[in-house]
Every structure is written in structure tokens, then in C-alpha cells.
Design a protein around this ligand. Structure first.
Ligand SMILES: Cc1cc2nc3c(=O)[nH]c(=O)nc-3n(C[C@H](O)[C@H](O)[C@H](O)COP(=O)(O)OP(=O)(O)OC[C@H]3O[C@@H](n4cnc5c(N)ncnc54)[C@H](O)[C@@H]3O)c2cc1C
Ligand SMILES: NC(=O)c1ccc[n+]([C@@H]2O[C@H](COP(=O)([O-])OP(=O)(O)OC[C@H]3O[C@@H](n4cnc5c(N)ncnc54)[C@H](O)[C@@H]3O)[C@@H](O)[C@H]2O)c1
Length: 450
């Protein structure tokens, strides 16, 4: 049977784009469908605009510290509307560049929502196309608790289109999204309250990292209400009244309520039932270690599989799929040492096992080294900011299983350590390494407090 394409990709986020480009580089005839803007969540309403807002917030924070570094008081004002316009202009330039890359690679871009008619046939805008192989890379979307008044809240998607900054922001959920937005918005002068069902922010991360971030947020006057969740939202006198349930039953008054309670795979309305593609927990597409679905010619990568919803993971899965299927280079990803960062202030990052997971797996042979110190920058500002570093090691050789950090440049430092930890370094390897002074990163070579 002949098909219109060798590969049809649904979704032009990091996973879909990486797979399409790699497959085309092997000579495959490729088309990609996108119902919204090129680049997916990451470029349009995730990593990229988020990190630009973090940079804008850092300017505000640096201004607060400038006096300690010899600068005189100067009047500064922040224009959110002007700033967010330049963020969106930058995103448009990424769209143009992605479009050019697709054209150059000979990949056909089809704008519209794709649905399956059968395992080899896709319908987009009333047109049907056929493909030998199909890759699903449709990402995920925010989930919202089903409570009365939830329609008054917004999600991270709308945060990037706020017409003006709210005075009082309530955030339901203290995970990645909630913590990052709390510190950005606080730096711009908003009063921020986080409501989290767990006792601390960032569940799933190492306890020392969670504590370090939580202390840092509290020091910045971000209010945290733990062991509580949202019960209902009402609108009264130009404010939203958020009633809580759980250990706190108070009412939080806010101008904007951000719901950041997790994300669910975008697998509804795809016609998967016509294609024999099965779903697993939370509506995620069931895949094996090679990203094969339950239908032999259909594959899935990225957030829609709900494995590790991060851009580099989606991208690597897309490339590994194309290498194997079109480049005849079998490639299986190893998810054990995927680093991740929370771009809050204080910043936090992590790779490998948390202390709790390491103890579950290796019992009493696990040992931890940790240190808390004041980075040089904060010694002059006297703001009392502390950094935390922690190593989780195992056995006589003290093989490093995990590294966790809270403090300036945490993401870059942990990223650089990742390759060494993946390669199985020991604590002694770190001790014998000479660092760069004065830096925060050198503390990983000097750490000796257990
Ligand atoms: C606020 C926020 C901040 C984030 N920050 C970071 C970060 O700093 N670092 C990091 O690593 N990750 C971050 N992430 C996560 C990251 O954005 C995702 O893991 C990544 O975008 C997943 O890529 P993907 O290709 O799987 O899906 P997506 O990027 O979601 O792309 C899927 C695409 O498919 C399209 N689509 C869906 N259904 C169809 C259909 N039927 N037909 C046609 N097109 C369709 C969608 O429109 C979308 O463009 C963040 C996420 C959020 C929400
Ligand atoms: N820097 C990054 O890499 C980055 C940034 C943002 C998002 N992301 C990705 O996006 C995903 C989604 O992020 P997220 O923050 O939405 O989800 P998350 O799973 O990280 O955090 C959700 C939080 O909401 C809490 N929660 C859930 N329901 C609640 C309720 N009813 N009331 C109070 N609290 C409630 C949970 O306990 C959890 O702490 C992340 O898992 C991550 O993979 C990554």
C-alpha cells in the first residue's frame, strides 16, 4: 500500500518538531499537524516566556540589592504591558525561525486539529491524509479542581496574557508552576499566597530542597498555606473570595486566582478509539520503552505519555524514535538521571535519587552530605539568603546517587554535575576535584558535613 507520507506527526511542540526534523534528515517524507502555534507549550506558554519573566523579575530583585553594592537610590518603574509585548514579539520570532526550519527540511506543516479515522488515516480540516507511521506528540493541558466558582480562576496559559499585574494573587498548588509564578509575581510587587494540599511546596523533591525553597519563599514574604485545598470561589466587591478546606478553612481574598494543580495528557478528541491506541492512567497514551503504542505503526512521545513532562525529555524521545524507526539506530532512553530545575527565587535543581528514594532502594548503606551557607553575593547585601547543597551517596565507595541544590545558579550547576553522576562518580572523585574560586559550584567539591 502507498501512503501520502512516511511519517505524520500530530503536534508541533518540542517532541513533535524534534522527531519530524530527525526523520526528514533520514530522507523520510514527513508532515506535521499543529492546531495552535509552532513550538507547543514550551515556546508559547511554558519554559520560554516563563524564563523571560524570571529575568525581568531578577532585574527588580537586583535593583533592591543595588544599594549594598554602592549604587545610589534611583527611581525605577516596571511596565508589564510593554514587557509582555516584547516577550510575545520574541515568541513570534521563534515561530518564524521554526517555520523556516521546517521548510528547509522539506516538512509539510498542516495547520489544524488532527484526528484519527483509522490507524493509517488522519483527518485535518476535513481533508484526509494517509501515513505509514504516525507519531502522537500532543502534549498536556492544565487540570483544574472541580469546585464551585472555578470559572473565576485562570491557568498558567492565561498568566502570559495578563493585561496588568494583580495586586493580590492566590495560587492553588505549590508545584513547579505555582512556586515559579509565586516568586516572579512577588518580585513585581504582588502580594502572593500559595495554597497547597501537602505540608510543603514541591512534593516529590528531596526534603532538604523543599525546606530550602519554602524558607526562601517565606523570607520573601510569600504566604504559604499548607495541608489545605480550595473549596469554592466567589466573586464579591471586585475581588475573588477563595474558601479553603483542610487544615486551614479561611477565606483568601485575591484579584487573580491561578490554578496550578498539575497537567493531564491532551488525549481527548483525538479519535484514538479509531486507531486502536490504548490509554493508561490519567488518560496518558500507553507506550513501551521505545515509545511504541498498542498499535504497531503508531508511536507517542512527550507530555502525552505522562512519563517525565519536561521539554528535554520530549525532545530526546522524539529524536530517539526517529533514530530507531527511520535511521535504523536503536536507542532506548535512560530516565534515571534526568535533571530538573525550579526557576523560582531561590532557584532549586535536582538530579538522581532523593534521600527518601535512595533509602527505600538501598536502606542503611545510604549516607548524605549537606551544607548550608551564605553565598558571597548575599554576604554584602546582608539579606540572610542561604544556599543548600546535598549529596546522596551509597555503599563503601560512596557512589553519588543524587545531588540537590537551592541557591543561585542551581540549574546550571546541577546540569553540569549530571554527566559525572550518570557516569557513576564517587564522593572521593568530587573531593579530589579542584574547583573554581569564588563560586557557589565549588562547594560541591568541599562539602563534608553529614
Ligand atoms: C508554565 C510552564 C512552564 C514550564 N517550564 C518548563 C521548563 O522550564 N523546563 C522544562 O523542561 N519544561 C517546562 N515545562 C514543561 C514543557 O513545556 C513540556 O514538558 C513540553 O512542552 C512538552 O513537549 P511536548 O512536545 O510533549 O508537548 P507540547 O509542547 O504541549 O506540544 C504539543 C502540541 O500539540 C498540539 N496539539 C495537541 N493536539 C493536537 C491535535 N489534535 N492536532 C494538532 N495539534 C495538536 C498543541 O497545540 C501543542 O502545540 C513547562 C510547562 C509549563 C506549563
Ligand atoms: N521548571 C520546569 O521544568 C517546569 C516548570 C513548570 C512546569 N513544569 C512541568 O509541568 C508539570 C505541571 O506543573 P504543575 O506545577 O502544574 O504540577 P505539579 O504536579 O508540579 O504540582 C501540582 C501541585 O498542586 C498540588 N495540588 C493538587 N491539587 C490541589 C488542590 N486541589 N489544592 C491544593 N493543592 C493541590 C499538588 O500537591 C502539587 O504540589 C510539572 O510536573 C513539570 O513537569 C516544569
Amino acid at each position: 500500500m502507498t501512503f501520502d507520507y512516511d511519517l505524520f506527526v500530530i503536534g508541533a511542540g518540542p517532541g513533535g518538531l524534534a522527531a519530524a526534523k530527525k526523520a526528514a534528515s533520514y530522507g523520510a517524507r514527513v508532515a506535521i499537524a499543529e492546531k495552535e502555534a509552532l513550538g507547543g507549550t514550551c515556546v508559547n506558554r511554558g519554559c520560554v516566556p516563563k524564563k523571560l519573566i524570571v529575568h525581568a523579575a531578577d532585574v527588580a530583585l537586583q535593583n533592591q540589592m543595588a544599594y549594598s553594592y554602592g549604587w545610589s537610590d534611583s527611581q525605577t518603574t516596571f511596565d508589564w504591558t510593554k514587557f509582555i509585548k516584547s516577550v510575545h514579539q520574541h515568541i513570534e520570532s521563534i515561530h518564524r525561525s521554526s517555520d523556516e526550519q521546517l521548510q528547509k527540511a522539506g516538512i509539510e506543516l498542516i495547520r489544524g486539529q488532527a484526528t484519527f479515522s483509522d490507524p493509517h488515516t488522519i483527518k485535518v480540516n476535513e481533508n484526509k491524509v494517509t501515513a505509514d507511521k504516525i507519531l502522537i506528540a500532543v502534549g498536556a493541558q492544565p487540570i483544574q479542581p472541580k469546585i464551585p466558582g472555578i470559572e473565576y480562576s485562570i491557568t498558567s496559559r492565561e498568566m502570559f496574557h495578563l493585561p496588568y499585574l494583580p495586586k493580590r494573587l492566590a495560587i492553588i498548588g505549590g508545584g513547579y508552576v505555582g512556586v515559579e509564578f509565586s516568586s516572579m509575581m512577588k518580585a513585581f510587587g504582588c502580594q502572593v499566597t500559595i495554597i497547597e494540599q501537602d505540608e510543603m511546596v514541591l512534593s516529590g523533591f528531596d526534603e532538604d530542597l523543599r525546606r530550602g525553597v519554602q524558607e526562601g519563599l517565606t523570607k520573601r514574604s510569600i504566604r504559604f498555606i499548607g495541608n489545605s485545598n480550595a473549596k469554592q470561589i466567589k466573586y464579591a466587591e471586585e475581588s475573588f473570595l477563595l474558601t479553603l478546606a483542610g487544615s486551614s478553612q479561611q477565606i483568601v481574598t485575591a484579584d487573580t486566582i491561578l490554578v496550578a494543580t498539575g497537567r493531564a495528557p491532551n488525549t481527548k478528541d483525538l479519535g484514538l478509539e479509531n486507531a486502536g491506541v490504548e490509554l493508561g492512567e490519567k488518560g496518558a497514551i500507553k507506550v513501551d520503552e521505545y515509545n511504541c503504542t498498542t498499535q504497531e505503526n503508531i508511536f507517542a512521545v512527550g507530555d502525552c505519555t505522562n512519563r517525565l513532562p519536561l521539554t528535554p525529555v520530549a525532545r530526546s524521545e522524539g529524536v530517539a524514535f526517529a533514530n530507531r524507526v527511520f535511521g535504523k539506530k536503536p536507542q532506548k532512553l535512560n530516565y534515571d538521571y534526568v535533571p530538573s530545575a525550579v526557576f523560582a527565587r531561590p532557584e532549586a535543581a535536582s538530579v538522581g535519587l532523593t534521600e527518601a528514594k535512595a533509602r527505600e532502594k538501598f536502606g542503611d548503606s545510604v549516607k548524605c552530605y549537606r551544607d548550608r551557607f551564605q553565598p558571597l553575593f548575599s554576604q554584602l547585601t546582608k539579606d540572610g539568603e542561604q544556599a543548600t547543597i546535598k549529596l546522596v551517596v551509597e555503599g563503601e565507595s560512596e557512589r553519588v546517587l543524587g545531588a540537590h541544590m537551592v541557591g543561585e545558579h542551581a540549574a546550571d550547576i546541577i546540569q553540569t554535575l549530571t554527566v559525572a553522576i550518570r557516569k557513576g562518580i564517587t564522593k572521593q572523585d568530587l573531593d579530589q576535584t579542584i574547583g573554581i574560586h569564588p563560586t557557589t559550584a565549588e562547594e560541591f567539591y568541599l562539602i563534608d558535613c553529614q
